[in-house]
Design a protein. Structure first.
Length: 132
């Protein structure tokens, strides 16, 4: 069993987005400026409205990430990206191709338990920023 959890950090849009149609790709492009000066550009399929790509760049224009969604799968009426490529700084690539997906499955608490590693010590943490 594999489990992928996560969500992007909270962002605040500081400048209204610009929308453009790209006839050569059939995609709508939305570009917004975020707090801190970075930019995020999001592409949507012009026919279906599905998210196809999302790119973020640092204030100096350097690539932070480029997420490309090649395919979507219908999970009980929810269309989920099922074949994704993430491109990072320097061209590093990771491809995620989901063979089987479930929508809101019941998860066992055992999935979140860490296995004990020989000679490791478990240290309870306090508030964020506190060091043990």
């Amino acid at each position: 069993t594999e489990l992928l959890l996560g969500r992007p950090p909270p962002r605040e849009v500081v400048e209204a987005g610009r929308v453009a149609w790209e006839p050569e790709t059939g995609l709508f492009r939305l570009a917004v400026r975020l707090d801190g000066g970075s930019t995020q550009t999001i592409w949507f399929n012009g026919r279906t409205g599905l998210l196809m790509r999302c790119e973020e760049r640092a204030p100096n224009g350097a690539l932070r990430f480029d997420l490309r969604i090649k395919a979507h799968r219908d999970l009980k009426g929810v269309l989920l990206g099922s074949d994704l490529t993430i491109i990072g700084p320097g061209g590093a690539r990771v491809r995620l191709a989901y063979g089987r997906s479930e929508l809101n499955p019941v998860l066992s608490a055992d999935l979140f338990r860490l296995r004990h590693v020989f000679a490791a010590t478990e240290v309870p943490l306090g508030r964020p920023g506190d060091l043990p």
